[in-house]
Design a protein around this ligand. Structure first.
Ligand code: HEM
Ligand code: HEM
Length: 181
């Protein structure tokens, strides 16, 4: 019985924001990468943009919360290399969770090729004040940042599954409280 490991969990707010952001990011990776090859996914591009702007807003909330609340300490037996790998991946996630939506938003805000921008049909989202060159820069960055996100998500999920099924510790339960039993 190792109480501290079970008690060291993320708060309800952190867990809720994590899973909302994760679902929206997975949806956006699927639609963003798939829409060229699978025509049916093209109809979901307006939802891709709305979901992406939502990720930006939720990430601002998450970062605000995170500044005031430290991540719960990891179980003591986790080696140093793993702690710094987790810190690096989580830090890169926060950078990408801002840079990806921003680059997409800039891309669709260019004066020459503005595309419709609505939040799930409920209201118009304003365009950013982007010049043509800034919009092109956003467009050039968006794809590579998206692929980097896909790689990091794969590493992150593999790490979570390794903790759950190979190391059999309580790390996944920190983000899925019912698993803590
Ligand atoms: C797909 C998009 C996802 C993104 C962008 C994401 C992002 C993050 C971030 C930024 C953190 C660090 C939280 C903090 O300390 O502030 C985190 C923690 C965590 N995530 Fe995810 N996540 C995703 C999906 C998943 C999935 C699918 C799983 C489970 C299979 C998962 C399991 C975890 C766990 C267990 C932690 C806590 C790690 C620890 O205790 O150090 N995540 N995630
Ligand atoms: C978490 C947020 C987001 C993620 C993970 C994401 C991911 C992606 C990915 C992986 C692609 C495919 C890139 C490629 O094939 O090279 C893509 C394309 C695209 N994204 Fe996003 N995106 C996000 C947010 C946004 C936002 C906020 C907008 C606009 C407001 C946007 C607009 C677009 C557009 C228009 C394309 C198609 C580009 C083209 O086919 O020329 N994305 N996105």
């Amino acid at each position: 019985m190792n109480r501290p490991m079970v008690d060291a969990r993320y708060s309800g707010v952190a867990v809720t924001l994590h899973w909302l952001i994760a679902l929206l990011v997975l949806f956006n990776l699927l639609v963003g990468i798939g829409h060229d090859a699978i025509p049916a996914l093209r109809a979901l591009m307006p939802a891709h943009k709305a979901a992406g702007i939502t990720v930006l807003v939720l990430t601002a909330a998450r970062l605000g919360w995170r500044l005031g609340h430290r991540a719960p300490p990891l179980p003591p037996e986790i080696p140093a290399w793993e702690r710094s790998a987790a810190r690096t991946v989580h830090g890169l996630f926060y950078v990408l969770l801002v840079a990806l939506p921003l680059s997409g938003w800039l891309m669709v805000s260019g004066p020459d090729h503005r595309r419709p921008l609505q939040w799930f049909g409920a209201f118009d989202i304003p365009y950013l004040p982007a010049s043509g060159a800034t919009a092109d820069l956003g467009g050039a960055a968006h794809g590579p940042l998206g692929w980097l996100m896909l790689v990091l998500v794969a590493v992150h999920i593999a790490a979570a599954l390794r903790h759950q099924f190979i190391l059999r510790d309580k790390v996944l339960a920190r983000m899925i409280p019912p698993l803590a039993g």
